[in-house]
Design a protein around this ligand. Structure first.
Ligand code: ANZ
Length: 827
């Protein structure tokens, strides 16, 4: 007989689908319910790899599932095609980044076509197309108008090899750049920022509504990243300085224990105080500052490092007791957290204690903390261990005797009464630095004029197109290559004849991906970024799928921009992604695959060797999608065998399409309907592996029915085979399509709406119901879980054991609590 040949099947259906375009969602509303299912769009860094294969397999299962349930599903695809990797690769090869990028996109598109995720190909976007990034510029202008985009000078992470600023999270714990491996340094630069900190509370509070719909881990990462901290702002006078210095503390109750102050070496305050100190101190400070700037923020926050610092030759005055305390500079205080300065309470903060012990500063206990047995903990100055727990205030004037929880609000009251402090909240979240000194990105639509004047490019002059790279030196050199494109950069004001220059920086590519999901709705609209009406109809995304590497930044930025667009009146929702699936990684022998490790399983060669269906089934069957998959532990051959078995079942069906299933083999029908009943819950809980296992079981049961049961002509066999084809199409679209054709149906199975499970064919869940007579258990009955109160009472009254125990007595009351208990009271 004809064998299962995946290549022949692929070759048969690919052209049919390309002709049919079954996944294009038209402009006209169909009246059916909608789902917007989106996979995080890829970077065109080469051909697709196994990680893509996995991610796009899972996203496609969900998109195809909702179609099977009768929904109109929007499932678009595009490319996140600006960015450093492409630019660096292009420089290395001496080609135009454009050429390199679009060649990779073409290759990925070709691979996708064979892999066959159910994309709407009519909405493809590339963020590096002027038709796309024009709207990045529009978005920038909207934020600029609102005061949410601004420029400031501050210390930034600088990669001396790539010669560009880096985000904090691109700096590894050892202080090197994640990209180039170079030691990152701090540089003071004037950069563009988006004021995401204005949205910190909403970004944090709105996470609560995503509980259970996003992975708990991602919610936690977002919460920690925003890092809201409640406490107080306390103002310290510094001798010889006019303005008081604020510090942020979570423990205003410990103010009497503040025995010194520490400022960040890289803060303006430290520079100012050092400038007013002796030449020796100034020199010491300068050396210390240089040493600090070589350290990453992560290193500086490492509590285990030996404390270092410089006395700044100044004293502050503790506002609650008038005590003179020395002011030091130390790198464990960060310049851009809180106020960049702290009140140090060594008795109750370990970092402060380590510092005090190192530099012989006083340690004063102001909270007496006891252990579980009621023993007072030893003095931190002796034990070397700060006591951070709850306790009773001592040495603290009118706070004495209060607990920590009572003393915190009281201390804030006292500060407010005296005008030296107030309640305050601080966040870890910083404003989003969006400018990059690189070529391959969206030009920032700002003009710089004489005397530092700035002017936004008018909306109708967009896009500010990236000039051709020809003749430009793209090599990283610390300033944007665009600045050297003189002709492009110079703009003459026709009114005044004045020369203005374009901002030479480009935007962080996270700007591009922060709103791309909206552009898919209006991918070819050249009058607006997206149509708010379509956003209302389709948004927010019902199901988002992608890698956990985007757990913080992309998702946070996208949430931020969505809220901004909401506030500007363009959107009627405030959260972009209603549900999120993070897939695990594809590993090889327990290690992450990479070219440098030499353990790369090539997607292209796997696809060629086994076909799309066997690959997808293998990925779906390997385990829960959130878990990592070790490619050494899976069997693609096993998947291929299963597909062949399923396919042969369809080929063996001997009844006609359209035959009534009603009279079919009852046992097989029950099996089929149980599958139909269970699959929706399993898919919606992302248990794709269980669904594949259930399909394998269904294929086996049907094979038995054909060979040794009701036989191939029984309508139940057709019903089962059609059901298999429909559900299998989520994982193996080619094989399922071929089965569907063998079963006498027109393409495409992908748009066939699944039948509802027939409840009369389902095995009912059963429960045990207790029957009591006058408080004593007299019988236990097995009844359907859905039993009605009347039926339960009737069953109880009919029980022989119950009747025996009642005997001649009269029933005066019956209490029914379905399906658990019937209680009969007699007289
Ligand atoms: C006095 C104090 C006493 C503190 C005590 C803690 C315990 P979180 O929870 O992370 O917000 N701090 C403030 N600004 C800082 C900066 N720029 N760099 C480093 N540390 C800074 O931590 C807030 C606490 O971290 C603040 O409360 C401050 O130390 C320190 F028993 O003030 B605390």
């Amino acid at each position: 007989p004809e064998g299962y040949d995946f290549q022949a099947i692929q070759d048969r259906w690919l052209p049919v689908w390309e002709e049919l375009k079954p996944f294009e969602v038209g402009a006209e509303p169909s009246g059916r319910p909608r789902k917007y299912v989106l996979d995080m769009f890829p970077y065109p860094s080469g051909d697709l790899h196994m990680g893509h294969a996995e991610a796009f397999c899972f996203g496609d299962v969900l998109a195809r599932y909702w179609r099977g349930r009768g929904y109109d599903v929007l499932h678009p695809i595009g490319w996140d095609s600006f960015g450093l990797p492409a630019e660096n690769a292009a420089i290395k090869r001496g080609v135009d980044p454009r050429e390199w990028t679009y060649a990779n996109i073409a290759q990925q598109k070709a691979s996708f076509r064979v892999y066959a995720p159910s994309f709407d190909w009519s909405r493809v976007l590339h963020t590096s197309d002027p038709e796309y990034y024009r709207w990045n510029q529009w978005l920038f202008l909207k934020l600029y108008e609102k005061g949410l985009a601004y420029r400031k000078a501050s210390w930034v992470n600088w990669d001396p090899v790539d010669q560009t600023v880096l985000a904090n999270e691109q700096v590894l714990p050892d202080g090197t750049s994640e990209r180039s491996g170079a030691m990152v340094v701090k540089k003071k630069l004037t950069q563009w920022y988006f004021r995401i900190t204005d949205y910190a509370d909403r970004l944090l509070d709105d996470l609560d509504a995503l509980e259970g719909k996003w992975p708990a881990k991602v919610l936690n990462m977002q919460r920690n990243w925003i890092g809201r901290s409640r406490g107080a702002e306390v103002e310290f006078e510094i001798e010889g300085r006019e303005a008081r210095v604020p510090v942020f503390t979570t423990r205003p109750d410990t103010l009497h224990g503040a025995t010194f102050m520490v400022v960040a070496p890289d803060s303006d305050l430290a520079a100012e105080l050092a400038a007013g100190a002796s030449p020796e101190v100034r020199a010491q400070f300068q050396a210390y500052l240089e040493q600090t700037q070589k350290q990453s923020e992560i290193e500086r926050q490492n509590a285990d490092r030996e404390k270092t610092g410089v006395f700044l030759d100044h004293f502050a005055v503790n506002p609650v007791n008038g005590e003179r305390i020395p002011v030091w500079a130390s790198d464990y205080v960060l310049a851009d957290y809180g106020h960049g300065a702290i009140m140090a309470v060594p008795a109750h903060d370990q970092r402060d204690l380590d510092f005090a012990l190192r530099f012989e500063l006083p340690v004063r206990v102001v909270v007496e903390v006891r252990d579980a047995d009621g023993e007072a903990l030893p003095h931190p100055g002796e034990s070397g261990v700060a006591t951070a727990g709850d306790g009773v205030l001592v040495n603290s004037g009118e706070l004495d005797g209060l607990s920590k929880a009572e003393a915190i609000p009281r201390a804030i009251e006292i500060l407010e009464e005296r005008g030296t402090g107030r309640a305050a909240t601080t966040y870890r979240l910083r404003d989003w630095l969006i400018s990059r000194q690189r070529y391959w990105g969206t030009p920032i639509p700002i003009l710089h004029g004489p005397d530092g004047a700035m002017q936004a490019v008018s909306e109708d002059a967009l896009p500010v197109e990236l000039p051709a790279s020809e003749g430009l030196d793209l090599k990283p050199k610390g300033s944007s290559p665009l600045g050297a494109a003189t002709e492009w950069a110079t703009v003459v004001d026709p009114a005044t004849g004045e020369e203005w220059t374009r901002d030479p920086d480009t935007m962080d590519t996270f700007v591009d991906s922060s709103w791309y999901y909206l552009r898919f709705l209006s991918a070819t609209d050249d009058t607006q970024a997206f149509d708010p009406e379509l956003a209302k109809q389709w948004g927010p995304i019902d199901q988002y799928a992608g890698g956990v590497e985007h757990a913080i930044l992309h998702l946070l930025y996208s949430r931020f921009i969505t809220k901004v667009l909401h506030d500007l009146g363009y959107l009627d929702f405030e959260e972009p992604f209603t549900a999120l699936l993070n897939q695990g990684m594809v590993l090889q022998d327990g290690a992450k695959m990479s070219k440098s490790k030499g353990n790369l399983v090539e997607f292209a060669s796997e696809l060629r060797a086994h076909g799309a269906d066997a690959l997808r089934v293998t990925l779906a069957f390997a385990g829960p999608p959130e878990d990592d998959i070790d490619w050494a532990d899976v069997s693609v051959q096993g998947s291929a065998k299963f597909l062949a078995r399923a396919w042969r079942v369809a080929g063996d069906v001997a009844s006609e399409p359209g035959v009534s299933f009603a009279g079919g083999d009852a046992g097989l029908r029950k099996h089929t309907h149980q599958l139909l009943a269970d699959v929706p819950g399993l898919i919606e809980a992302y248990k794709f592996n269980v669904v594949v296992a259930r399909l394998m079981d269904q294929v086996n049961v049907t094979r038995k029915a054909i060979d040794a049961g009701c036989g191939a002509a029984d309508p139940a066999v057709r019903e089962s085979a059609e059901t298999i084809a429909m559900i299998l199409s989520l994982f193996a679209p080619y094989t399922a399509e071929d089965m569907w054709a063998k079963l006498g149906h027109e393409p495409t199975v992908a748009l066939a709406v699944w039948p509802e499970a027939d409840p009369s064919l389902l095995v009912e869940d059963e429960v045990t119901m207790v029957v009591q007579v006058d408080g004593k258990v007299r019988d236990r009955l097995t009844l359907p879980a859905s039993v009605s109160a009347e039926d339960a009472e009737a069953a109880a009254r009919a029980s022989a054991a119950v009747q025996r125990s009642i005997g001649e007595r009269e029933i005066v009351n019956v209490v029914v609590r379905v399906p658990k208990i019937v209680s009969i009271v007699t007289r």
